[in-house]
Design a binder for this molecule. Structure first.
Ligand SMILES: NC(=O)c1ccc[n+]([C@@H]2O[C@H](COP(=O)([O-])OP(=O)(O)OC[C@H]3O[C@@H](n4cnc5c(N)ncnc54)[C@H](OP(=O)(O)O)[C@@H]3O)[C@@H](O)[C@H]2O)c1
Length: 222
């Protein structure tokens, strides 16, 4: 899920830690987090923002408690380099962190480096499809993709995104930071079907699109 400008940017021209959405988008984000077992986040987003999104709304925390879930979904940081400075506030956030990076468990490399400090586990991501199957086997079947653009492009390029949730924000930003990087290729496929559209207040519009037969699936209410 992403907050995007009317011209499809996810960050202003200068880049940096973008915060496009308002309170309505924040609620939609926390609802999506409350649904999720794990939340995938790109390393550059973590480096820029310093931390990942947490659920704060008491009703959503209570709904997870009633379902026997941890307060926060697992944070799944995605990085090839593993360059995530230990000083990032991310490492002090009250959640469990896994690193999806080259080598580690699942990579078949017996000389793989130990799991970096701050992470409970490291899983290889050489093959996204296999990795997602492994995550589902480990109980992480409901995955939320928090961005940024490079990570979204990786998964869309392999046709592994089932649903797109975009909050369209009433701003025109220009610049290069489109929500998919220019040059990104995605496989041809059928249309995405609109499964939800609603105003979030302050001129924001939430759009949810899903792949597959019209009317199929969709994230159930939490
Ligand atoms: N508007 C929104 O909703 C929203 C949401 C999220 C982020 N953002 C904005 O997006 C910008 C950051 O996005 P970004 O596109 O520059 O970066 P990003 O996707 O957050 O992170 C890119 C990094 O993630 C790792 N990565 C991505 N794909 C990978 C793959 N297939 N395999 C292994 N590692 C992979 C790499 O980490 P290493 O470099 O460590 O190898 C890569 O450099 C920021 O401006 C942020 O504020 C906006």
């Amino acid at each position: 899920m992403l907050a995007v400008s009317l011209d499809g940017r996810l960050a202003p021209p200068a880049g940096g830690a973008a915060q496009l959405g308002g309170p309505g988008d924040r609620r939609a984000l926390e609802e999506a987090l409350a649904w999720a077992d794990g939340a995938l986040v790109g390393a550059q987003t973590l480096r820029l923002h310093g931390s990942t999104c947490l659920i704060h709304a008491p009703d959503l925390l209570e709904s997870r408690r009633l379902r026997g879930l941890d307060p926060q979904p697992l944070a799944l940081a995605v990085s090839r380099s593993g360059q995530l400075p230990a000083e990032l506030p991310f490492f002090r956030q009250p959640l469990q962190r896994w690193l999806l990076g080259p080598g580690g468990e699942g990579g078949g490399d017996r000389d793989a480096p130990a799991t970096p400090p701050g992470f409970a586990r490291q899983l290889a991501f050489d093959d996204w499809r296999a990795l997602l199957s492994e995550l589902a086997r480990l109980g992480l079947g409901r995955l939320l993709l928090l961005g940024g653009a490079q990570l979204a492009a990786s998964l869309l390029a392999e046709d592994l995104v089932e649903e797109l949730q975009l909050t369209v924000c009433p701003m025109v930003l220009g610049g290069n930071h489109t929500w998919l990087p220019s040059g990104c290729t995605v496989p041809p496929g059928g249309p995405w079907h609109l499964i939800e559209s609603r105003g979030l207040g302050d001129g924001e519009l939430l759009l949810r699109y899903r792949r597959g037969p019209q009317g199929a699936g969709g994230r159930p209410p939490i």
